[in-house]
Ligand binder design. Structure first.
Ligand code: NAD
Length: 503
């Protein structure tokens, strides 16, 4: 990486269009901040409709360019593999950049970046395995078949919480299939995506296959999602923004894949080892300071162990070390944005007002360096009710509401009583019960005696207001390719079209 990593400190970042780093046409930049200090660390190009037009045109030209369009499947897979190798070679640099941008723990971003190449390799291997099919046609001397082809220019809009990892599950298959892309990363964490774009160029992808336009949702995001030249949008972000983007896309009849928010239930039965379940609940909601879409933020505990469980959960939460994200001993870093911090504070206050009790946490750490950054203590709220505001809305921070349940039926009702349907977890030794939960829960992912384990080899996505479309697994190759039906008559004798032969 020649430019981004070397010049990012105190500098301005350009856009990545047509294989070049270019300044925004309007000359406008916005500040990006370091969440550990709240201070500016670089200026981000604020793209508008003109830059988006340039990026989409460049992606269209690349889609038509024979250097890309007529590349063999195996060659295309080879390019994706080369990108995988470059990501691995630069994994720690990419992790440094992302941690600086969004405050995620360095050990976590490093683990993500070091595992991402496996996903690129997985999808690279599919480049020459995507195939059509022959279909019966009920006529002699005719061949009826479906071709699978790339769809065109894919618009990808990503959030700030794990920008590169979330991008991988859609970018890698899109490239393996032969699409071209325009990416709009979050204005709060764009630097790692710009760095990745340079690796794309270094890997040898033709110019314009990958383009990055940065800026706010209002400017760059709106321009991209109103553009009629996009074949499909993949959006990862909040449900409110997803609703708006789906509306914009519908005006041009453009399909979307929506990966949205969640308010996931985490259920604990009395037959489990309490310490194991506490570890599961803690990692399910407090990892990444609660800033994960799958956070198990509503915890339902069987009434007979409720008090013991809460006691153990509070004791475990008290031992969580809040600190700087680059320090190895830190368990929880800061929230990525000041607004996020105020939002979490507001939800905790509303919970208390509605009758919940803060059993531990509930405030910003006051002392020294932590007082300057956007940190929030891991928080357990007891006496929670499913209809309290903080239990209904996704608050995207380190806060869990705990409440007892007395029967399996009541638990399923409570767990499904949400407009979201992204993930869910259950702790029990009873496999029958676990499978009944898996069958009845309205969520795209079910974890049994684990939480937040994931694989790029399985298709993940949401139900209800958590979205539609899937990331990962072979299914994603069908999301970003399309069928074309072809019929050949090889009889050599076209019949008189006006003679109808009835059976
Ligand atoms: P967000 O919705 O605020 O922003 C996401 C992206 O959309 C950003 O790039 C933003 O600039 C852009 N955007 C905003 N307004 C836009 C508009 N009008 N038109 C086009 N683009 C616009 O989300 P966020 O705060 O960045 O991320 C957190 C959210 O993402 C949470 O709700 C979380 O659950 C969700 N998320 C979901 C998944 C998943 O796989 N389901 C994964 C990670 C995060």
């Amino acid at each position: 990486m020649k430019t981004t990593v070397r010049t990012i400190e105190g500098s301005r970042q350009g856009l990545f269009i047509g294989g070049q780093i270019v300044a925004p046409k309007n000359g406008r930049y916005i500040d990006s901040f370091d969440p550990t200090t709240g201070e500016r660390w670089y200026g981000l190009a604020e793209a508008d409709a003109d830059d988006v037009e340039a990026a989409v045109s460049s992606a269209h030209a690349a889609f038509r360019n024979p250097a890309w369009r007529r590349m063999t499947q195996t060659e295309r897979g080879g390019l994706v593999r080369r990108l995988a190798d470059l990501v691995l070679a630069h994994a720690d640099e990419l992790a440094d950049i992302e941690t600086r941008d969004n405050g995620k723990l360095l050990k976590e971003t490093r683990a993500q970046m070091r595992s991402m190449p496996d996903a690129y390799h997985y999808f690279a291997g599919m480049a020459d395995k995507l195939q059509g099919e022959t279909i019966p046609v009920n006529k002699l001397d005719m061949l009826n078949f479906n071709l699978r082809e790339p769809i065109g220019v894919v618009g990808m809009i990503t959030p700030w919480n794990s920008p590169l990892m979330l991008l991988t599950g859609t970018l890698a298959p899109c490239l393996a299939i032969g699409n071209t892309v325009v990416i709009k990363p979050s204005e709060h964490a764009s630097a790692s995506t710009l760095a990745l774009a340079e690796l794309v160029a270094e890997a040898g992808f033709p110019a314009g296959v990958v383009n990055v336009v940065t800026g706010t949702g209002k400017s760059a995001g709106e321009a991209l999602t109103r553009h009629p030249g996009i074949a499909k949008y993949v959006f990862t972000g909040s449900t409110a923004t997803g609703r708006r983007i789906a509306g914009n896309a519908a005006e041009n009849l453009i399909p979307c894949s929506m990966e949205l928010g969640g308010k996931s239930p985490h259920v604990v039965f009395a037959d489990v080892d309490i310490d194991h379940a506490v570890n599961g609940v803690v990692s399910g909601v407090f990892a990444a300071a609660g800033q994960t879409c799958v956070a198990g933020s509503r915890c339902f505990v069987e009434a007979s162990i409720y008090n013991r469980f809460v006691e153990a959960l509070v004791a475990r939460t008290q031992r969580i070390r809040v600190g700087h994200p680059t320090v190895d001993e830190t368990d929880i870093g800061p929230l990525a944005l000041a607004d996020q911090l105020y939002k979490v504070e507001g939800y905790v206050a509303s919970g208390v007002k509605e009758g919940a009790r803060v059993a531990v946490g509930g405030k910003r750490p006051q002392s020294g360096e932590l007082g300057r950054g956007w940190y929030f203590e891991p928080t357990v709220m007891t006496d929670a009710q499913n209809d309290m505001t903080f239990m209904r809305d996704e608050l995207f921070g380190p806060v869990v509401g705990v409440m007892p349940f007395s029967s399996e039926e009541q638990m399923i009702e409570l767990a499904n009583d949400t407009r979201y349907g992204l993930a869910s977890g259950i702790w029990t030794k009873d496999i029958d019960r676990a499978m009944r939960f898996a069958n009845q829960i309205e969520a795209g992912t079910v974890w049994i005696n684990t939480y937040r384990s994931s694989s790029f080899m399985s298709a993940n996505g949401g139900f209800k207001e958590s979205g539609y479309g899937r990331r990962g697994g072979f299914e994603v190759m069908h999301e970003f390719s399309r069928l074309k039906n072809v019929i050949i008559d090889y009889s050599g004798a076209m019949q008189d079209p006006f003679v109808i032969r009835l059976k």
